[in-house]
Design a protein around this ligand. Structure first.
Ligand code: 2P0
Length: 318
């Protein structure tokens, strides 16, 4: 049996919307940081028939079945029992599908000696969930079209710019509308969708440059802009997608006040109500202290930038 771990990633330039056709190809390129404070652990064991357990519960997930079918078109992959655990809320805007599919592909690659390169694991993970393509890599990662193929890549190693991440958890329950459903709704109903796609390359280039130059202010500006545009797109969908709650808004305000007072920190929010604050090295403790006191915040999770998906020798599931 092979056991893999992967961490979720937080997009600084967001992916939202798919190209038409098969393969789960994003409509927009994205930039993310992989976060060590949250972990998915997945064990794959050959079995009589395919089975999936998430956090102990038997599940049928069509995206997992589709990915296994696609892998079997190219490789000898026998029936598998998959057991996966998240040490953080599942399906609540904390990118559990990103870490989930990155860990799954990595575990299958390890168990059945598929011999995949990280870029190949990334491309397979993307078929399960596009954001998973980024969790194959540590530090700063991208998901973009390279040489005609949509795959993830490492943009900068975590130690080269060890930013810190503080997640203000404002709700633990799963989100009401899945990301796949939400992005299709935005594509088909929002009057802002074309503009969202048109400006994505420029945001991607700005963020890549900011990371390469360790330019915190520039990264802050483009990341919050991408986040605001994502949520404007969601709000302009029909029916509107509103993933925030009151504590989300309060945590945004807390983060803005911190920045005004001189702390190098910015926020970003995904398809859920959690607020992710990204700060310069050394500021995580102070940001966590204030966000923990922000009205309605249930708890904060601190994370350093993490490594990419990998096989672990010591199974931690049992
Ligand atoms: C992102 N999100 O770039 C954006 C920002 C949520 C908001 O990628 O349909 O779970 O499985 O490819 O990757 C969430 O979408 O969607 C996501 P699918 P995924 O992180």
């Amino acid at each position: 049996m092979a056991t893999a771990i992967a961490h979720p990633n937080i997009a600084l330039v967001k992916y939202w919307g798919k190209q038409s056709g098969s393969g789960n190809l994003p409509a927009t390129p994205s930039v993310s940081v992989t976060v060590a404070g949250l972990t998915t652990t997945t064990r794959v064991v050959p079995a009589e028939r395919d089975a999936l357990r998430i956090n102990g519960d038997i599940r049928r997930e069509s995206k997992v079945k589709s990915l296994l079918d696609a892998l079997r078109d190219d490789f000898e992959v026998p029936p598998v029992s998959i057991e996966t655990r998240n040490d953080f809320p599942t399906g609540a805007g904390l990118a559990s599908s990103a870490s989930g599919f990155a860990a799954l592909v990595t575990a299958i690659d390890g168990e059945f000696d598929l011999g995949l390169t990280p870029r190949e694991r990334s491309a397979w993970s993307r078929q399960g969930s596009a954001s998973a393509a980024r969790s194959i890599f540590g530090g700063f990662a991208t998901l973009a079209s390279q040489d005609g193929a949509w795959t993830g890549a490492e943009l900068l190693a975590k130690d080269a710019w060890p930013l810190e991440v503080v997640i203000a958890v404002t709700a633990e329950e799963p989100k009401p509308v899945s990301s796949s459903e939400g992005m299709e709704r935005s594509r088909s109903t929002s009057p802002f969708y074309d503009a969202w796609c048109r400006h994505a390359d420029a945001d991607f280039d700005t963020a890549c440059r900011a990371v390469a130059e360790r330019d915190f202010e520039s990264l802050c500006e483009v990341a919050e802009h991408s986040c605001h545009k994502l949520h404007a797109l969601m709000l302009s969908s029909r029916p509107a997608l509103l993933y925030w709650n009151q504590a989300t808004v309060a945590a945004i305000e807390t983060t803005r006040q911190l920045r005004q007072a001189g702390t190098p920190v910015f926020y970003t929010i995904d398809a859920g109500p959690q607020v992710k604050a990204v700060c310069a090295p050394g500021y995580g403790a102070g940001v966590a202290k204030l966000l923990a006191r922000s009205p309605g915040v249930l708890r904060v999770v601190r994370g350093e930038l993490g490594d990419g998906a990998r096989i672990v020798a010591e199974p931690r599931l049992s």
